[in-house]
Design a protein around this ligand. Structure first.
Ligand code: HPA
Length: 240
């Protein structure tokens, strides 16, 4: 088995996959949190690892940056590797003035300037949303850890260096922050009949221009990863 972008064997991925954008972060999560972590994919250096967290099988694989990249990897995980849940663990730039650096936000919905959903041929505009069970589980896990995450819309943009401007207009519609992947992930989950959720740490602010120093990032990212890992454990429990 294998796909053009993934050399993992059939069954090599756990039912829940955490997806950071950065392959080195995938490696960091695997080496820091997973027991018996094994590298299952390394095509293009997009590292995929499978191990266990508190006894539950969990995988972590990078998505790369942007909608086309996560579109490919999440499609293959859902359709060819029988993955049920993808939890994106990423970074985002604040659009809402209420958000501070290091805040952990959860994407209930993903607005977008991308045409990704055009391919589904719908006679209208699809609203990409998180899976409710994943979302409510992750919120409960976060609260248990003393974190009250803002939950709402993110903007998944195709453009990082945007020459047109206007990004802050999304704030007037209550959009919390900007990133570049969730809309495609949520579309793919919907199309596959699977579950997806994005959790992001605020790494910069389009409102104030502040940026998290790289050295500072690790600790908040670590908290976000723990929320995602504990959510994976909860999702593996049999339904009551
Ligand atoms: N724009 C897009 N994606 C991002 C940003 C941003 O400012 N910060 C983190 N991911």
């Amino acid at each position: 088995m294998g796909t053009p972008h993934n050399e993992a064997a059939s069954g090599a991925f756990a039912k829940t996959v955490l997806m950071p954008g950065d392959p080195l972060r995938a490696k960091f999560i695997a080496e820091t949190f997973l027991a018996d972590a094994k590298l299952v994919n390394n095509v293009r250096g997009v590292q995929g690892w499978t191990g266990t967290y508190k006894g539950t099988p969990v995988s972590v694989m990078a998505s790369g940056m942007g909608i086309p990249s996560i579109g490919i990897y999440s499609h293959e995980l859902f359709h060819f590797y029988d993955v049920d849940n993808i939890i994106r663990v990423g970074s985002a730039g604040a659009i809402s003035p209420r958000l501070k650096l290091r805040d952990i936000v959860m994407a209930q919905g993903a607005c977008t300037d991308s045409n990704y959903a055009h391919q589904f041929g719908l006679p209208g505009t699809f609203a990409p949303i998180a899976d409710f069970k994943l979302l409510e589980t992750a919120v409960a896990v976060a609260r248990r850890m003393g974190v009250e995450p803002p939950v709402g819309n993110l903007l998944s943009s195709d453009v990082f260096y945007n020459k047109m401007g206007g990004t802050l207009k999304w704030g007037a519609m209550g959009v919390l922050a900007i990133e570049m992947e969730s809309a495609a992930l949520y579309c793919n989950a919907a199309e596959a009949g699977k579950r997806a959720l994005t959790i992001c740490t605020i790494s910069d602010s389009l409102v104030t221009g502040e940026e998290l120093p790289p050295a500072d990032r690790q600790s908040t990212f670590t908290q976000m990863m723990k929320i995602a890992l504990e959510t994976a454990v909860e999702m593996a429990k049999p339904e009551m």
